[in-house]
Each structure stands twice: as C-alpha cells, then as structure tokens.
Write a protein of this length. Sequence first.
Length: 250
Amino acid sequence: MLTAYDATFAALADAAGVDCLLVGDSLGMVCQGHGSTVGVSLEAMRYHTDSVARGLRRVQGSAWLIADLPFGSYQESREQALRSATVLMQAGAQMVKLEGGGWTVDTVRFLTERGIPVCAHLGFTPQTVHALGGYRVQGRDDGSAARLREDARALEEAGAALLVLEMVPAALARALSAERPRCATIGIGAGSGTAGQVLVMHDMLGIHLGRPPKFVQDFMAQAQGIEGALRAYVQAVKAGRFPDDTLHAW
Ligand code: KIV
Ligand code: NA
C-alpha cells in the first residue's frame, strides 16, 4: 500500500503493482502544508479521492482504493460516520479508514453491517497527536500492548477487514498479526511481521521537508526514476526486504 493524492501518481503506483492506494489525510501535511492531519476537511478528502479514482479509471487500474475519514467527520455519532463514509464512497473509495479503538468498534460494526468496508488504524494515530503528546511509538509497555491487542480483536470482530498499525514495536505487530488472520495488518513503522506495508508516497520517493521518520526508506536513491522507485518498493515489500527490522523498526 502507498498513499496517493492525485490522478497521475495514483495511475503510476497502480501500474507499478501497488495493491492498495490510500488517500490519506496525510495530505494535510503533504499537499496543504499543515503541521498535522487535524485540519483536513471531509471536502478536501472528497476532492482528492475523486482525483485518485479518476486516475485509476483512466488506466483501468486495479488497485484497491481506501480513503481516510478525516478528524471530526466520524467522532460525533455512527450516523455521522455513515454520512461521511458515503461522501467518500460516492467519490470512488472502496473502503474507508478511521483511527482508534474502544468507542470506534461500534462505529465500525455500524458501517460494515451497511456494506461499507472498513480499515482500522491503531498504534500511533495522527489525528489524536495532541492527546498522545507527540509523535511517539505506542504499545511499549505491557498495559498499552494488551489494550492494543484487545482493540484489534474487537475491531476484527466488528468487521474491519484491514488494520493499519503505526509506530508500534515490531514484536508486538508480529504477534498481533498472527492473532488476527481475518483482519490483514498493514504496518508503518511496525516492523516486518505485518501482512502488508504502507508509506506516504512522497516519503518513499525521497521528497520531504525536513528529516524523514526512521521507518522510511528512500527508494529513489537507487532507482532510475519514479516508476522504477515504485516498482522497487513493491518488490522489496513482497520479498520481505522492506522494512529491515534492524534499521526501520522498534
Ligand atoms: O494518512 C496517511 O497517510 C495514513 C497512513 C500513513 C497510514 O494514514
Ligand atoms: Na491518515
């Protein structure tokens, strides 16, 4: 999986063999220049989802298209989540992603029962960066690791078909992935033990302002061009060469 925010990059990633594209609310940072994802609106998500979906249609793409429900578009009620998910599905998303455990389980069940595929997101959850006290690895102590495993169990039971695990120790992500065979785990800064991997496309192309996070690899460094870098990422993930737990994980 990679993020995509526009038609051209979506089509290129699809052609390179990326299985899933995520219209991430990371577009708040990558496209809009904000410091976090908190300010991203549902309308912005709809606009970028529409663009990415059109790019995939242009090339008859086969990548599975996931869109983030942004901050404030699903926290109020299950009904609000359904209305927001409808906007993204009508723009071309095939699945929506929302962050967190606990109260979200009820929302995930409400959406999946109504035919909306859901990707969950645990560990470091960027929309709640201010509540978490900054960009930190999650699930390091026994209590928070147990909570994470319980959230994953409940989300799987509620019908989540995918689970992004962000910035959690590799051993925890590996154990959790083995426990949850019906809900495929997608790691970012979670080591090599997850079913799949995701990165922000700009990060893996070496395009970022400031220092990239430790879990990122610049696939442009060894590639001839963007298409080569995208193919190298797909091959490295599928062959289990990325991430390298000694370099990119905790
Ligand atoms: O918004 C995003 O880019 C994400 C992924 C990095 C998982 O949520
Ligand atoms: Na996101």
